[in-house]
Design a protein around this ligand. Structure first.
Ligand code: ADP
Ligand code: MG
Length: 689
C-alpha cells in the first residue's frame, strides 16, 4: 500500500529516469502527484458523431486513422491525417487533422490506429472539416488498461510533465489511487460541513472523495462539486496562513496612543480644509486600534488624491502627542523628500521636529525626544537608525508584500503599522495579498476636484499633442511627460530616454525642461523636483519615478508616450499627478509606433475615473495569475479556485480561518492543518531571512 507522503519511487513500474522527470516537474510525493490537477476532462462515455460543419466549441471524437501524409515546403513540414468514424455505414464520415512542423508525428501516427482527438472543427474552403493541431491520444485497444482507465469514462487530461504524456499520467494517478486508502488522505478541516449532501451517497463530500473525483469524476456535476470542495480547502489553507500572520502581528503589546490630546485638536483646527467624512471614519478606525495596547496592523487604501497623507499625518501626530516617535516610509527618495517638505510645513509650527532619513542622508539627527522621521523603505529594517518609532506608516508601492510585512512583524517590540496603498485594491486581492491586514477604505474625494480629461490617441497625433502642450505651457501651466523605461538600469535605455528628452526640449523651447530618472543621485533628484515645485522647471520629462504621490498643483498636463506598455492601474496612478488644483487638467495617452491596435485596452481610462473600476478591469485583463504568483508572495498556491469568480468562497474561507484560529490558536485539535501551516510559514519567512 502507498501512503500520502510516499516518495514517487514506490509507485508501480517506476524507473529512476521516470522519477527524475517527475521531480523536474516539481512532483516528489504521492501527495504532490495527486495535486497535479487535470487541465480538462473529456467525456469518453459516448462520442459524438463526426461533425458536418464548423463549430466554436471543442469536440472529442474517436475514429480510425485511414490515411496519413507528410508534405515538405522547404524547411517547413505539414502532417495531415484522415480520421474516419467507426460505423457500419458504407460511406463513413471522416475529418482531416493537420499539424505544422511537428516532426515526430509521422513516426507515431499511422494508418489503422484507433485515435481520440480533441479540438475545434473548422470548415475547409474546398469542402470538408479540419482540426488544426488537435490534442490526440492513440488507443491501444488490445491493452488491458484501455477500457478500464482511458475509455468509458470522463477522462482527465493532465498537463504533461517531461517525458510523461497525459495518457501516462492518467494511468499513474489511477493506479496510485487504487493503492491508497481514503483514510490516508488528510482532511485539512471539516469545511465539508458547509458542503451539500450528495444525492447518491447521502453523505457529505470528504477531501478523499473530492480528490478522487477531480481526477476521475463520475459525472460533470460531481466534477464541479469536487472542484468547489478542493478550492474551498486551498483558500482556507491560505487564509489560515494569513490569519496566523495577522495574529502574530497584532499579538504583542504596543504603546497606548489616544486621540484625547489638545495638540491633535489644535492641529485639525489649523488645517485649511475640513476632513471628508471618509477621512474621519478612517481616523476613528485607526485611533481605535492605537488604543488597544496591541499593535495596529491596518491597510489604508483609497483612490489617487483621496487624501491619505493627512490621515497618516494625524495618526503620527497622535503618537508624538503621546510621547513617542513616528516614522513614515516612502518607496522612493523623491517621494520621501516631498513628504518631508510637507510634514515640515505641518508640524514645525507646532514645535515638532521632522527629520529626513534616506540611504543618501542618514545624519541630521534632531534633538532627543519624540519626533517625526521620514525615510525610505530600506530603513524599515534598521529600526535603530529611525529611533524605534511607536507608529510606522508605510506609503506603499506594490513591492512591500506579505513577506516584507512578515519580516517587519518579527521586530521586537513590534510597532503599530499603517500600510497605505497607492492604488485601490480589488476585493479579491485585499483578501489574499493583503489578507493579513485590517482594511480601511477612503471612498470619498475631497470636494472641489476638477475632473481630468483623458485622451487616448494614435502615434500620428504626436505633433498635435506637442502643440497642445506648448499652448498650455504658454498659458503658464506645467506638465509631466512620461517615457516608459522597462529596464531602467541598462545604458541603452537611458540613452533612449536622454535622446527623447533632447527632442522634447527642442520642441518646447524656450520652456525649461528637466529629465528625472532612477539613475540620478538623490540630491540631483531633489534639486530637479525642487525646481519643478517652485515653477522654474516647466516640464518634467520622467520615467515612472513620478508615479507615486508627487503633488504639484500647477501641473495640469500629463503626456504618456508608448502608453500601451503600461498597465491600466499604473496609468490611472500616473494620471493622478494632475488635477490637483483648481485648473482643468489633461491626460494624453499616446500609443507607440505601430501599437495603435493595442489602444482598445486603454479606452476604459477615457470613460472611467474611478480607480476601483479600473483596478478590477486591470485584474480581469491580466488575470490574477501574476498578482497571486505564489512564488513571490510565499502563500499557498491557488490552483483550483477561480478568482475573482470564487470571491464568495474566499470570503467564507477567511471567516472560517479566523474563527478556527481564535478558538484553537495552536491547532491542537487539527494536526494535519498544523503541519501544513508550519510548512507554509517556513516558506514565508525563508524569503526574507
Ligand atoms: P493621496 O491619497 O493620493 O496620497 P494626498 O494625500 O496627496 O492624496 O492628497 C491629495 C490632495 O488633497 C492634497 O493636496 C491634500 O492637501 C488635499 N486634501 C486632502 N484632504 C483634503 C480635504 N479633506 N479637503 C480638501 N483637500 C484635501
Ligand atoms: Mg499619496
Amino acid at each position: 500500500m502507498l501512503r500520502w507522503d510516499s516518495p514517487l519511487a514506490e509507485l508501480p513500474r517506476m524507473t529512476a529516469a521516470k522519477v527524475r522527470s517527475l521531480h523536474e516537474g516539481g512532483l516528489f510525493t504521492v501527495h504532490g502527484l495527486l495535486r497535479h490537477y487535470p487541465r480538462r476532462h473529456e467525456d469518453r462515455k459516448k462520442f459524438p458523431s463526426f461533425p458536418q460543419a464548423a463549430g466554436s466549441s471543442p469536440l472529442c471524437l474517436r475514429g480510425t486513422v485511414t490515411a496519413t501524409k507528410a508534405s515538405y515546403f522547404g524547411r517547413r513540414m505539414q502532417f495531415t491525417l484522415t480520421l474516419t468514424e467507426n460505423s457500419d455505414r458504407v460511406a463513413a464520415a471522416s475529418v482531416q487533422c493537420r499539424w505544422f512542423n511537428v516532426r515526430y508525428l509521422p513516426k507515431i501516427l499511422t494508418a489503422g490506429q484507433d485515435l481520440i482527438i480533441h479540438g475545434r472543427p473548422r470548415a475547409l474552403k474546398k469542402g470538408g472539416i479540419v482540426f488544426d493541431h488537435p490534442d490526440f491520444e492513440v488507443l491501444e485497444t488490445d491493452a488491458a488498461d484501455s477500457a478500464l482507465i482511458h475509455l468509458n469514462r470522463i477522462a482527465p487530461v493532465h498537463p504533461s510533465i517531461g517525458t510523461w504524456s497525459p495518457r501516462m499520467l492518467r494511468r499513474l494517478i489511477f493506479e496510485t489511487f487504487a493503492q491508497l486508502s481514503d483514510q490516508d488522505i488528510p482532511q485539512l478541516w471539516p469545511c465539508t460541513q458547509a458542503e451539500p449532501v450528495t444525492a447518491t451517497t447521502g453523505r457529505t463530500l470528504t477531501t478523499a472523495h473530492a480528490l478522487r473525483a477531480i481526477h476521475f469524476p463520475e459525472s460533470l456535476d460531481k466534477l464541479e462539486a469536487a472542484r468547489t470542495h478542493l478550492a474551498r480547502e486551498e483558500l482556507f489553507e491560505m487564509q489560515c496562513v494569513l490569519a496566523r500572520q495577522r495574529a502574530r502581528q497584532t499579538g504583542g503589546s504596543a504603546p497606548l496612543i489616544t486621540r484625547q490630546s489638545p495638540l491633535l485638536a489644535k492641529f485639525l483646527k489649523s488645517l485649511p480644509y475640513e476632513l471628508t467624512a471618509a477621512q474621519k471614519r478612517v481616523l476613528a478606525h485607526i485611533f481605535d486600534d492605537l488604543a488597544t495596547g496591541h499593535p495596529m496592523n491596518r491597510l489604508l487604501h483609497g483612490d489617487v488624491g483621496s487624501g491619505k497623507t493627512i490621515v497618516a499625518a494625524t495618526a503620527m501626530l497622535g503618537a508624538v502627542a503621546a510621547g513617542h516617535s513616528a516614522a513614515l516610509m516612502a518607496p522612493t527618495q523623491v517621494l520621501a523628500h516631498q513628504h518631508y517638505e510637507n510634514f515640515r510645513k505641518l508640524f514645525e509650527p507646532l514645535g515638532i521636529p521632522v527629520v529626513l532619513r534616506t540611504a543618501a542622508r542618514k545624519e541630521k539627527s534632531g534633538p532627543a525626544g519624540p519626533r517625526i522621521v521620514i525615510g525610505t523603505h530600506a530603513l524599515l529594517f534598521a529600526p535603530d537608525t529611525v529611533g524605534r518609532p511607536a507608529l510606522v506608516v508605510i506609503d506603499e508601492q506594490h513591492k512591500f508584500g506579505v513577506r516584507q510585512r512578515a519580516k517587519l512583524s518579527a521586530q521586537k517590540p513590534h510597532p503599530h503599522a499603517l500600510v497605505m496603498s497607492a492604488t485601490p485594491i480589488p476585493r479579491t486581492l485585499a483578501l489574499t495579498l493583503y489578507g493579513d491586514l485590517d482594511l480601511s477604505l477612503l471612498d470619498e474625494m475631497p470636494p472641489g476636484r476638477v475632473p481630468i480629461r483623458t485622451l487616448v490617441r494614435s502615434h500620428e497625433k504626436l505633433d498635435e499633442a506637442a502643440a497642445f502642450l506648448r499652448q498650455k505651457l504658454d498659458e503658464g501651466r506645467q506638465a509631466y511627460l512620461v517615457y516608459p523605461l522597462i529596464e531602467e538600469s541598462t545604458r541603452t535605455a537611458l540613452k533612449a530616454a536622454t535622446a527623447e528628452y533632447e527632442r522634447w526640449r527642442e520642441r518646447l523651447a524656450p520652456h525649461a525642461c528637466a529629465l528625472l530618472h532612477g539613475k540620478l543621485k538623490a540630491d540631483e533628484k531633489d534639486a530637479i523636483m525642487q525646481s519643478f515645485r517652485t515653477g522654474q522647471t516647466r516640464v518634467l520629462v520622467s520615467t515612472t519615478v513620478i508615479e507615486v504621490g508627487i503633488d504639484v498643483a500647477n501641473a495640469t498636463v500629463l503626456l504618456v508616450e508608448n502608453a500601451e506598455r503600461f498597465g491600466l492601474a499604473q496609468l490611472h496612478q500616473l494620471r493622478g499627478r494632475v488635477g490637483r488644483g483648481a485648473e482643468k487638467s489633461w491626460c494624453i495617452l499616446l500609443a507607440g509606433k505601430d501599437a495603435d491596435e493595442k489602444l482598445d485596452r486603454l479606452q476604459i481610462l477615457e470613460q472611467a475615473a474611478d480607480g476601483f473600476a479600473i483596478a478590477e478591469a486591470d485584474l480581469a485583463i491580466r488575470g490574477p495569475g501574476d498578482l497571486l504568483g505564489t512564488a513571490q508572495t510565499g502563500l499557498p498556491p491557488v490552483r483550483l479556485a477561480k478568482l475573482p469568480q470564487d470571491l464568495a468562497l474566499l470570503e467564507e474561507a477567511r471567516e472560517q480561518a479566523r474563527r478556527l484560529l481564535s478558538s484553537d490558536p495552536e491547532l491542537t485539535r487539527h494536526a494535519a492543518l498544523r503541519g501544513r501551516l508550519a510548512y507554509w510559514e517556513k516558506q514565508l519567512f525563508a524569503g526574507v531571512a
